[in-house]
Write a protein that binds this ligand. Structure first.
Ligand SMILES: [Zn+2]
Ligand SMILES: [Zn+2]
Length: 198
């Protein structure tokens, strides 16, 4: 809750304030979010206007999540900007009258001052969630995980599976070699193919 008492209700009055608040919790999406209890730094500008208080601000908070490609835990910062109008409750009547002219959707979105106070939490929540990366990655172009063994390719960019392949090839070549040697005693390989066809 923020207090607008010092701001007063004279249109044109303005007040800036910075405050650190605790994360309201559950602030994020599945892959990344602000840890519960983390500190959210707010810089606010409150402006008194005719129908209420216009609040413009920036929120900065730490993020914890994981890279969607390699699943590495990652820590980032989010910076979210927001602007919201908190109407005076007594302006309610006026907006309700204008709502009668047909703009019901807008009416539902109206936030109101509660006395001299306003609750920034829903605004903060929307702004932060919107500012989150939908596909957070540990680094630009994270190569992800090796499809064969699940190793994190960023740790080992030259990661290959030549060894495993070599072993298999070696086994095949050895096998081919023994067959070849056996055939070499009797006939050339081409003739061997011919004899299979006969
Ligand atoms: Zn990654
Ligand atoms: Zn691998």
């Amino acid at each position: 809750m923020f207090d607008t008492r010092e701001l007063g209700r004279r249109p044109g009055a303005m007040k800036r304030l910075s405050r650190e608040v605790e994360s309201p919790g559950n602030l994020g999406i599945e892959v990344i979010g602000v840890p519960d209890g983390a500190t959210v730094k707010l810089d606010l500008r409150m402006e008194s206007v005719m129908e209420g208080v216009l609040v413009t601000g920036t929120a900065r908070a730490p993020l914890a999540g994981e890279c969607v490609r390699c699943l590495e835990p990652l820590q980032q910062e989010v910076e979210a900007e927001f602007q919201e109008m908190f109407s005076y409750p007594d302006a309610d009547d006026r907006s309700r009258h204008s709502a009668d002219t047909g703009d019901d959707a807008e009416e539902e979105d109206t936030l109101f001052l509660e006395g001299d106070l306003f609750d920034l939490e829903p605004v903060l929540r929307d702004a932060v969630v919107l500012a989150l990366p939908l596909q957070p990655v540990c680094q630009d172009g994270c190569p992800g995980l090796c499809p064969e063994c699940g190793a994190r390719l960023a740790d080992d960019p030259d990661h290959r599976h030549e060894e495993a392949v070599d072993i298999r090839w070696a086994a095949l070549q050895e096998l081919a070699g023994t067959i070849g040697d056996g055939e070499k005693d009797n006939a050339p390989r081409a003739d061997g193919d011919d004899s299979q066809e006969k």
